[in-house]
Ligand binder design. Structure first.
Ligand code: PMP
Length: 360
């Protein structure tokens, strides 16, 4: 028997949490995680190989990732007066924010149903967590109720994914401003799905000064790179730099991001084609009797079917992996989240879904 028991040393809330589970997608059409169907176009492969040949394996990467930041500022018109923080995916930025703001009694608030990592990061950092309930019918956020909840709980940190995952809708900018006005801490507008939405709120970063905007390359066809960034007033970024691990953006991520920023056409065209595919998929889903599909400004569609768990299993058997959300939140009962794929993948998805629905 071991002398030290893990369960007596590790914090109970950590032991009560579940590790982030990633489904085994080998051999399946992978439409469960909002990845793009294609990556770097073959025509750019040679140019990328020339870049990667320059990579320094034996040196630490540029700790400030200066060239990456300059490229992001140029590409997304981020003013020099604003601070810019980089993370190993926006997940790491969420974690940095929780670590920096987790004073005793500090709490995090975010709309639910929402992105699970907000709660997980709060728990890891020892922060309290309070959801802001969305309307279960259309997933809108009642600004008055949200402001009242914020005034009651006084959160150090509010995350609003806009568009929201897994519901796909955006919240009006007036609502975001009302939340910022009421919050005694930082409000982070998480624009992970920006490439698939026409609108954004980058102009609100730092104005008011407790608003930050977070983005990622993940939903723009580069999930493998793990690069996210936060735009905020410089004082916030200065504080967060103190919890950032040195060299969190590795040599290859820095190089690949710079390469992507030097060749923006392919990933911009990819996002445009996925928006077209979303429309086609949405229309096809609407024509399926007994299925409910919500409007989406992201690269996924939320649907409700009868017996989602059984439909999910049957689709997997037919070779198509989507995400089953049944049981995750009462408002997601019998819901599936379908990532928008290539035309061929979406056709496979529709075939598998129709067959699964007709089977029962
Ligand atoms: N925010 C939202 C709303 C997301 O859905 C996701 C990924 N599913 C992330 C952040 C994390 O993205 P990244 O890959 O940059 O860590």
């Amino acid at each position: 028997m071991s002398r030290v028991r893990v369960s007596e040393v590790v914090r109970p809330e950590i032991l009560a949490a579940s590790p982030y589970a990633v489904a085994d997608a080998r051999g399946l059409v992978k439409l469960d995680a909002m990845e793009a169907p294609t990556g770097l176009p073959p025509a750019l492969l040679k140019a990328w190989q020339d870049w990667v040949a320059e990579a320094d394996w034996h040196r630490y990467p540029d700790g400030g990732a200066q060239a990456v930041k300059a490229g992001l500022r140029r590409q997304f018109a981020i003013a020099d007066s604003l601070g810019l923080l980089l993370g190993n995916g926006s997940d790491e930025i969420i974690q940095m924010l929780c670590l920096a703001l987790a004073r005793p009694d500090a709490c995090l608030m975010t709309p639910e149903p929402g992105f699970a990592i907000f709660r997980a990061a709060a728990t890891t950092a020892g922060m309290g967590y309070h959801p802001l309930a969305l309307d279960p019918e259309d997933f809108s956020l009642d600004p008055q109720r949200a402001v009242a909840a914020i005034e009651r709980e006084k959160p150090a940190l509010v995350f609003v994914a806009n568009p929201n995952n897994p519901t796909g809708n955006r919240f009006p900018r007036e609502t975001l401003l009302a939340l910022a006005e009421a919050t005694p801490g930082l409000v982070v507008i998480d624009e992970a799905y920006f490439p698939h939405s026409r609108e954004h709120c980058l102009d609100l970063a730092g104005r008011p000064d407790n608003v930050a905007v977070m983005r990622t390359l993940s939903k723009a066809g580069m999930a493998g790179l793990r690069l996210g960034w936060l735009v905020a007033a410089p004082e916030w970024v200065d504080a967060l730099e103190r919890v950032r691990m040195p060299y969190n953006i590795n040599v290859f991520t820095q190089l690949a991001t710079r390469f992507a920023l030097a060749h923006p056409d392919w990933w911009q065209n990819l996002a445009a084609s996925l928006r077209e595919q979303r429309l086609r998929l949405h229309q096809a889903l609407e024509a399926i009797p007994g299925l409910r599909v919500w409007p989406s400004e992201a690269n996924f569609l939320l649907v409700r079917v009868r017996e989602a768990s059984a439909v999910h299993a049957a689709m997997k058997e037919a070779g198509v992996l989507v995400k089953c959300l049944h049981g995750q939140h009462p408002a997601l009962t019998d819901c599936l989240r379908l990532t928008v794929g290539s035309e061929a993948e979406n056709t496979r998805l529709l075939e598998a879904l129709t067959a699964a629905l007709n089977r029962r």
